[in-house]
Design a protein around this ligand. Structure first.
Ligand SMILES: [Zn+2]
Ligand SMILES: [Zn+2]
Length: 273
C-alpha cells in the first residue's frame, strides 16, 4: 500500500504493518512542494530499526510530482535534477530500496526531442551518484505531452541510460489509459509481449495496481478502487496472475476517502491469489 508519512516518516511503516503489508510506498516529503526538510539522524535510525523489525521490504519512494526531466525550461530541468538527487539521497538515508519517477512531459514539443532532454537530465542527475537505491521509471497515462506512456518509449530511455536505472514500474491504470486494454486477456498479453520485446521481463520491479475511473485509451490518470473501475476484478486478477507479473511486488495507489478503503482494497487483491 502507498502509506502516509503524516506525523513522522516511521509511522508509514507502522501503517503498512497494521494492514499486514510486507512492502510499501511513500512520499518522503510533500510531493507538491520543492522545499524539502532534511531527515534527522534520529528519524533515520527510527526508520531503519522499524523497517527491519516489521520486515517491510522493498520500500519504494515515489518522487515529487513537480519533477519534470523533459521540461523545455532550463530552470525547471535544473530544479528537477536537483530534486531527483535529493530523492535518491533520502531513499538511501531511509534504506529504501527503490525510487519511482514519472519521467516527464512536454506539451509544446515533439515527444522524441522531449525524451532526449529527459535522457540528458537523467544522466546529469544520476551519473555521479553512488546511491544504493535503484531508480524505476513508471509508465504514464498518455496525457498530452507525456513521453513514456508506451513500453517502447520507456525502453528508449532505459536503453540510453543503461545501468543508471534499475528498471520500470508498471501502473495498471496508466497502461489502461494509454491504450493497453488490460480488461481483456489480449490487452495484458500485448503489454507483456512488448515488455518482453523492448525491456526484458526482469526489468519490471513493481506493479502499481489501480483500477481506472475512465475507460481505456482516454489518457486520464484517475485511479479507482479495486474492482470498481473500468478494468474490473477480472482484468486486474488476470493481470497480477500473468506469469510475467506473478513474482513482482504490488503497491496499491487506490483512493483513500475513508479509513476502511485500504483494508477493503487489500482484501480484494488478496483474494486474487
Ligand atoms: Zn502509479
Ligand atoms: Zn496515476
Amino acid at each position: 500500500m502507498h502509506t502516509s508519512i503524516a506525523g513522522g516518516l516511521h509511522l508509514s511503516l507502522e501503517r503498512a504493518h497494521e494492514l499486514r503489508c510486507t512492502t510499501m510506498q511513500i512520499f518522503s516529503h510533500n510531493p507538491r512542494g520543492w522545499a524539502v526538510k532534511e531527515i534527522s539522524g534520529k528519524d533515520r535510525e527510527l526508520f531503519h530499526r522499524l523497517k527491519k523489525e516489521l520486515d517491510i521490504s522493498p520500500v519504494y519512494i515515489h518522487t515529487s510530482y513537480l519533477i519534470n526531466m523533459a521540461s523545455q525550461s532550463k530552470i525547471l530541468r535544473r530544479k528537477s535534477i536537483n530534486l531527483l538527487k535529493e530523492e535518491m539521497e533520502r531513499a538511501d538515508a531511509l534504506g529504501a530500496e527503490y525510487v519511482i519517477l514519472h519521467t516527464g512531459s512536454a506539451a509544446h514539443d515533439d515527444k522524441k526531442a522531449a525524451r532526449k532532454r529527459a535522457v540528458h537530465a537523467l544522466e546529469a542527475a544520476l551519473k555521479e551518484g553512488m546511491w544504493q537505491a535503484g531508480l524505476l521509471l513508471e509508465n504514464t497515462a498518455g496525457a498530452k505531452g507525456d513521453i513514456t506512456s508506451e513500453v517502447a518509449e520507456l525502453a528508449e530511455i532505459q536503453g540510453k541510460l543503461g545501468s543508471l536505472v534499475a528498471g520500470v514500474c508498471i501502473d495498471t491504470c496508466h497502461a489502461f489509459q494509454a491504450g493497453y486494454n488490460i480488461k481483456k486477456p489480449e490487452g495484458t498479453g500485448q503489454l507483456a509481449e512488448e515488455i518482453e520485446k523492448y525491456l526484458g521481463r526482469d526489468s519490471v520491479k513493481l506493479i502499481h495496481l489501480n483500477d481506472s475511473k475512465a475507460d481505456t485509451g482516454h489518457h486520464r490518470d484517475r485511479h479507482e478502487h479495486i474492482g470498481r473501475g473500468y478494468i474490473g476484478t477480472k482484468g486486474l486478477k488476470a493481470f497480477v496472475r500473468h506469469e510475467m507479473f506473478l513474482n513482482v511486488p504490488i503497491i496499491l495507489e487506490t483512493p483513500k476517502k475513508t479509513d476502511t478503503d485500504d483494508i477493503r482494497n487489500l482484501k480484494a487483491v488478496r483474494k486474487f491469489f
